[in-house]
Design a protein around this ligand. Structure first.
Ligand SMILES: [Fe+2]
Length: 153
């Protein structure tokens, strides 16, 4: 985690969430009344963080109502490519809400919600034990400076 000038952002708070291995978020599971596949992390003094989770998979957005009718009318599918969601907050910086996509995922070129940007696609490398590792360097924008004289009476 670093700022726009390359400085490490110590202590940034990261909310991360994802769908499960069935492609569903916890709020989509009837009967699950607790948070699942969500976490809150804090970057260390050098701006680094790490965590382990399950491998993200593509999923379909709910399309049993008007969304489905719109997709059908426009000839589009309901799939999103595999991704993790992040919200990152640090004093002095704009809050960043984004997601990071798994390279080689299906639907990268046809995300139903048009969320994919090349800069958000990351290499998820398979490890000898069958797990995957990915690294992503988030860059935070500083809060805009107050104009000189602002707030002066
Ligand atoms: Fe998602």
């Amino acid at each position: 985690m670093r700022g726009l000038s390359g400085e490490p952002v110590a202590g940034a708070v990261l909310d991360v969430w994802q769908s499960d291995d069935e492609g569903l978020y916890d709020v989509q599971h009837p009967g699950i009344d607790h948070a699942q596949a969500r976490g809150v992390l804090r970057a260390d003094a050098t701006g680094r963080f790490h965590f382990r989770s399950i491998l993200a998979v593509p999923y379909q957005v709910p399309h049993d109502g008007p969304v489905g009718q719109m997709l059908e009318a426009t000839g589009r599918h309901p799939w999103r490519p595999a991704h993790l969601h992040f919200m990152i907050q640090a004093p002095g910086y704009e809050t960043l809400i984004t997601h990071v996509f798994r390279d080689r995922s299906a639907y990268l070129d046809s995300d139903v919600v048009f969320g994919v940007r090349e800069s958000l696609v990351c290499d998820w490398t398979e490890q000898p034990d069958g797990s995957y590792a990915m690294a992503f360097d988030f860059v935070l924008n500083p809060l805009p400076s107050a104009p000189k004289g602002a707030g002066a009476a």
